[in-house]
Design a protein around this ligand. Structure first.
Ligand SMILES: NC(=O)c1ccc[n+]([C@@H]2O[C@H](COP(=O)([O-])OP(=O)(O)OC[C@H]3O[C@@H](n4cnc5c(N)ncnc54)[C@H](OP(=O)(O)O)[C@@H]3O)[C@@H](O)[C@H]2O)c1
Length: 275
């Protein structure tokens, strides 16, 4: 049986990947900078001395890079080079839907290309925006200000349940037939931020609004609240793909792989914001 290293194992996606691997009875290690025992192993992309121990006995790797890192390709490349050198060529890489449309942020397309050029047996997952982003990134706005506030314009996105993505990742990590494949993963329907504000209003029983900030307004609010300028620019680029209607489409890759329908965003919002 394959032994799998899950990077990003303590994050939104990684935790769910680990849950699905447990359910499948898979043999795995959870990579983290702060191991707490059990199946945890110390792993840091920025500390190459962690690579050898974290990959002991490993033949398959789930490679997920942290968010809000501008030069993610440079951060992940040394680990991919290490894997290649060691002959651990089976990699499930966590990319992004329409990653080539994020202006000024080209790390996911670059890393996809590297996996192909370097002869990895890759599965590339390109999930769209997580439905869980509202809890993870807008939780305070929703709880304290009754707003959602991203520079998403009037565009739409086919938000996906993070658990659906992790389910596909666990299948690709443990079952044959997924090498040299690219899966584009979306939810069942595209909705705008205006639509999400309405859904949140229904789910929370409070009026949640979407002020539809321009990129300039968004940047000044964020920087005035103390966030570094690059975070605002990063988010403007990422959410600009919604504003430009680049992610207003659905695919059936999730259904093809799991045989199930993807979870509607409303269900995730109910789980995350139930009254
Ligand atoms: N949010 C979205 O809508 C969306 C959509 C498509 C694609 N994505 C992609 O999803 C990825 C983020 O996934 P996520 O939301 O699950 O992340 P997350 O919840 O923010 O978790 C980040 C993970 O990265 C680990 N990490 C941070 N710095 C690290 C380092 N130097 N070395 C090793 N591990 C490190 C953290 O582990 P420790 O702190 O335990 O070390 C943690 O497990 C990004 O690549 C993003 O582009 C996101």
């Amino acid at each position: 049986m394959a032994k799998i290293l899950v990077t990003g194992a303590t994050g939104t996606i990684g935790k769910l990947v680990v849950k699905h691997l447990e359910n499948l009875g898979a043999d795995y290690l959870s990579g983290t900078r702060n191991p707490k025992g059990g199946k945890d192993v110390y792993f840091d992309y920025n500390d190459p001395s962690s690579f050898e121990k974290a990959t002991e006995g490993i033949d398959t790797t789930f490679v997920l890079g942290p968010p809000l890192v501008l030069e993610l390709d440079a951060v992940l490349a040394p680990f991919l080079d290490f894997l290649k050198e060691k002959g651990i060529l089976r990699v499930v890489y966590f990319s992004a839907y329409k990653g080539d449309k994020m202006q000024g942020l080209d790390f996911h397309p670059k890393l996809e290309q590297k996996l192909k050029n370097d002869g990895f047996h890759y599965t590339i997952l390109r999930p769209t925006f997580f439905a869980q982003n509202f809890k993870n990134y807008e939780g305070d706005n929703i709880a304290q200000r009754d707003i959602i506030f991203m520079p998403a314009g009037d565009g739409k996105a086919s938000f996906i349940d993070a658990d659906n993505i992790a389910e596909v990742a666990a299948i690709a990590l443990t079952q044959p037939g997924h090498s040299e494949k690219v899966y584009e993963l979306t939810g069942p329907e595209s909705v705008s931020y205006h639509d999400v504000a309405k859904l949140l209003t229904e789910v929370t029983g409070r009026t949640i609004s979407y002020p539809n900030p321009s990129p300039e307004q968004f940047k000044s609010v964020l920087t005035e609240s103390g966030a570094p300028e690059f975070i605002a620019d990063y988010l403007i680029s990422v959410y600009g793909t919604i504003a430009a209607n680049n992610v207003d489409s659905v695919t059936d890759d999730y259904k093809k792989i799991t045989g199930k329908e993807p979870t509607p965003i409303r269900k995730v919002l109910e789980q995350d914001f139930a009254r």
